[in-house]
Structures are given as structure tokens and as C-alpha cells.
Design a protein around this ligand. Structure first.
Ligand code: TYD
Ligand code: MG
Length: 445
């Protein structure tokens, strides 16, 4: 029988019978590549699968190696798993190379060999950065290399406990014609590195640049290829950085690591709640404190809102750190169920410190900050606010109130406005509420 060929998009695996300039599925240009299909009717010899009785399966309690950086270990779910491929993403300048080098150096300082492949900077540049970070270990091997074949061969020969590739957009596979950073290159290079990690059990950290829009430059497929995706976030003019897991085959994805960029590299922030609410204005309208849960940790965050004077044109609405759709819903509920007039008024909402909150437990704090700014009255000074808001104006239960309240009590807060069903906690007064209007009445009088 005749063999036929088809075309596959190297970005999203879309298949087509004919060549197309642009992939109709993901919209990428010139990613359709031809594949020979196996001639139909030719049987291949089937490989026998190996099936193991469930209790005999070993290796389920994956051994984890510490990176020497506690915050990073936590985000990874307890350290590095053998053969794991970790994608460390972030905008240029956020500190990815610094974090990767610090982890590499910490492992090397413990007497274990680490290979740091720099595709963007010369070895001398890496050394200059390392000197600021007090790197001295001879177990840290630095290679300025962009050829992925050389990286893979080098890693096999040197057998390090960790390989860092900085960055995946800078390396290239000689067999592929396209430029470094192109979809095909990134995909193929990452594929080769994943193969190395899986066959050698060496964990690999791939540094990847993220564009302003928040997507990884290069193909989305990278996220599917790797085991763990961690994102390094921060605002340009803020010293602190938040590391979070977006995907983790070996652990939870909601862990958070908080760092501060100093002139000697990244330092862990041991008490992030203190950092985020420590500088809060006292007695100012438009500020509410949310006892959030980020990963396994409670974390106090300040939510600020500013409501403008009525305007003629279309009012502006902007939200940083909270989902703007969620804010739109809260505005509608405030208007309809709590009588807060927001029509024709600008509304700005911001989570201070450059942190993002995704949990609905933030609703009530967002609503309280907006209502406070609209009315010009400040919330009680040492109160925290948590609760999900429903469309009928009801305040719904949130998870782990006890942990939230303990954290608030630890930082000296006196009272917590929380959904009715919430349990009490020691050291802090619990003020249960059922409805948004009732909550605002308690908060703003
Ligand atoms: P870098 O790790 O190069 O970022 P990325 O790899 O994500 O592009 O670091 C970026 C910034 O951090 C750079 O502006 C310099 C600053 N920096 C410090 O403030 N202190 C330090 O000790 C180091 C190494 C860098
Ligand atoms: Mg870098």
C-alpha cells in the first residue's frame, strides 16, 4: 500500500492533510511540518508492556534533593525530584538567572556537582554575577554553550546532580534549520533535554522568558513537555519577588515563595504578611486587609480601592492583582444589593506588593475597600475581612478560616469579619456576617 504523508503543527500538534502557511488551530505561522505516515497495512512488531502488581511498584515516595533555597524547595513541593524538568519562567530582569545561579551554587557548596549552561551570557558574565552572590565552589561548572547536543553530551559525561539551562530560548539544535528561540527550535531543544533528564535521572531547570502578556515566549507546548512550571513575578520598582508553581506533577501548584532582591542576590522573606501589610496606611479610606491562603500558607494582603468622582464619559475600571471580571461582578452586586452608587464613577482596585489573588475569599475585602473609598470612611484599623460574595449579595463560606484567623491574630489584628459558618480562633474576635449589606454596615457604620 502506498504511504501517505500529513502535516503537523510543531506548536500545537494540529494535523492537516495539506500544507498550510498558518496553523488554523493555534494561529502560529509556518509551523506545519511534513510527517511521513507509516504505510498502512504494514504491521509493526508490538513491544510487550511490563505490568507490575500494584504493591510491588517501587519509587512512589520520590526522593527529593534540596536546592539549598528553602523558598524554592517549597514551591517545587519539597525539592528536586530525580529526572524532573522544571521550567522557570519570568519577564526579563525579574531575577531568573540570579535564582538559578543561587540554587546551583547552594547545591555545589554542599559538595555536589552542578552544571550551569549559559546560552545568553559568557562564563565571565556568569562569574561576575556569581561574585556578587559569594559563589566560590569549584563543584559549580559553568559552560557558555548554545548547542543542545553538546549540552546533553556534557551532562551525560559530567553526571551532575543538577543541570541549569539559561535559557531555553538561547539554545539550539543543530539539526534544525530555524533560528534559536523559534517554535521549532525551542520545542526540539526542550524535547532533547527532557529525554536527557528522563534517561539519566538528572533534574534540569530550564529558564524561559515570558513576554509582557504573560505567556512563555516560544511554544505553549513547552509547558506540556516539562514536569513543573514555576513563574517568577515581581514589579519592576519593587524589590520583592513572588515565585509560584503553575504546574507541578510532583506536588501542589499553589505554593508561594517570597523573596527580596538585594544587592547580593535574592533573600528569602521570612514573614511575608508583615511585608505586605506592614506599611499599610492607618485610617485611610479604601484599604482592607485580606487574610488570604496562598498554597499551604496563610498570608495577609492589603487590598486598596480608589473610587473617583462621577464623570461624564465612560467610567474607567482597572484591577491589578485581582481578576477584573470578578471585580465587575462585585461592583454590580455592590450597586444592586448594597446600594453603593458606582454608576459613572471610576474604580481602581490594587493588591499591594505586586501579588495576585485568585481565590473568591477575596471578594468581601475587595467590596469593602471599594465601599470604603466610595463613602470616604475608613475600615476599622485592626480588622481583617474574608468571604466570597454571591450574586444575591450573600456572603459565602471560605476554606481554612482557622488558619487565616490565626495569621491575623499573630500580626496583631483584633477582629475578623467572616462568613457566618466560620469557626472561631483564639486571640481574635470573630464577627460573622450573612450578607454584603450587613457586612458593610458593620465595617462602615
Ligand atoms: P537577572 O537574574 O539577570 O534577571 P533575568 O535572568 O530574569 O533576566 O537579574 C535581573 C536584575 O537583578 C538586574 O537588574 C540586576 C538585579 N540584581 C540585583 O539587584 N542584585 C543582585 O545581586 C543581582 C545578581 C542582580
Ligand atoms: Mg537571565
Amino acid at each position: 500500500m502506498a504511504s501517505s504523508s500529513h502535516f503537523i503543527c510543531t506548536s500545537c500538534d494540529y494535523r492537516s492533510a495539506k500544507w498550510l502557511g498558518r496553523c488554523p488551530s493555534c494561529g502560529a505561522w509556518e509551523t506545519m511540518t511534513e510527517r511521513e505516515a507509516r504505510p498502512r497495512g504494514v504491521a509493526t512488531r508490538a513491544k510487550r508492556i511490563e505490568a507490575t502488581p500494584f504493591p510491588d511498584i517501587t519509587g512512589s515516595d520520590a526522593q527529593r534533593a534540596s536546592t539549598g533555597i528553602e523558598e524554592l524547595d517549597r514551591v517545587l513541593g519539597g525539592g528536586l525530584v530525580a529526572g524532573a524538568v522544571i521550567l522557570l519562567g519570568g519577564e526579563p530582569g525579574v531575577g531568573k538567572s540570579t535564582l538559578a545561579l543561587q540554587a546551583a551554587a547552594a547545591m555545589a557548596a554542599a559538595g555536589r556537582r552542578v552544571l550551569y549552561v549559559s546560552g545568553e551570557e559568557s562564563a565571565a558574565q556568569v562569574r561576575r554575577r556569581g561574585e556578587r552572590l559569594d559563589v566560590t565552589s569549584a563543584e559549580l561548572l559553568v559552560a557558555a554553550e548554545t548547542d543542545v547536543g553538546a549540552v546533553v553530551a556534557g551532562a551525560r559525561e559530567l553526571a551532575p546532580v543538577l543541570v541549569v539551562v539559561d535559557s531555553i530560548q538561547a539554545v539550539r539544535c543543530a539539526e534544525i534549520g530555524s533560528l534559536p528561540g523559534s517554535v521549532a527550535q525551542v520545542r526540539e531543544s526542550a524535547g532533547r533535554i527532557v529525554e536527557l533528564a528522563k534517561s539519566s535521572a538528572i533534574p534540569v531547570v530550564l529558564v524561559g522568558h515570558v513576554t509582557k502578556e504573560g505567556t512563555l515566549a516560544g511554544p505553549r507546548v513547552l509547558e506540556h513537555l516539562v514536569d513543573v512550571v514555576v513563574q517568577f513575578e515581581g514589579q519592576r520598582h519593587h524589590a520583592h519577588r513572588v515565585l509560584r508553581a503553575l504546574k507541578n506533577r510532583f506536588g501542589a501548584t499553589d505554593e508561594l515563595g517570597v523573596f527580596r532582591m538585594t544587592d547580593r542576590g535574592l533573600a528569602a522573606v521570612p514573614d511575608p504578611s508583615e511585608l505586605f501589610v506592614g506599611q499599610r496606611p492607618v485610617g485611610a479610606p479604601g484599604s482592607a486587609v485580606l487574610p488570604a491562603i496562598e498554597g499551604s500558607r496563610p498570608l495577609l494582603l492589603e487590598i486598596q480601592a480608589l473610587v473617583g468622582e462621577p464623570t461624564q464619559g465612560t467610567p474607567r475600571r482597572s484591577a491589578v492583582g485581582v481578576d477584573s471580571n470578578r471585580v465587575a461582578m462585585i461592583l454590580a452586586v455592590l450597586q444592586r444589593r448594597a446600594g453603593v452608587d458606582l454608576v459613572q464613577r471610576d474604580v481602581f482596585v490594587n493588591v499591594t506588593g505586586g501579588v495576585s489573588v485568585v481565590e473568591p475569599a477575596a471578594d468581601l475585602a475587595v467590596a469593602a475597600a471599594i465601599a470604603s473609598s466610595a463613602s470616604g470612611a475608613a475600615l476599622p484599623d485592626r480588622w481583617v475581612v474574608a468571604g466570597e460574595i454571591g450574586l444575591t449579595g450573600e456572603v459565602r463560606a471560605v476554606s481554612r478560616t482557622d488558619a487565616r484567623l490565626r495569621e491575623a491574630a499573630r500580626l496583631g489584628f483584633d477582629a475578623a469579619l467572616v462568613p457566618e459558618s466560620s469557626p472561631t480562633a483564639e486571640g481574635i474576635e470573630r464577627i460573622p456576617v450573612r450578607r454584603l449589606d450587613q457586612a458593610l454596615e458593620r465595617l462602615l457604620g
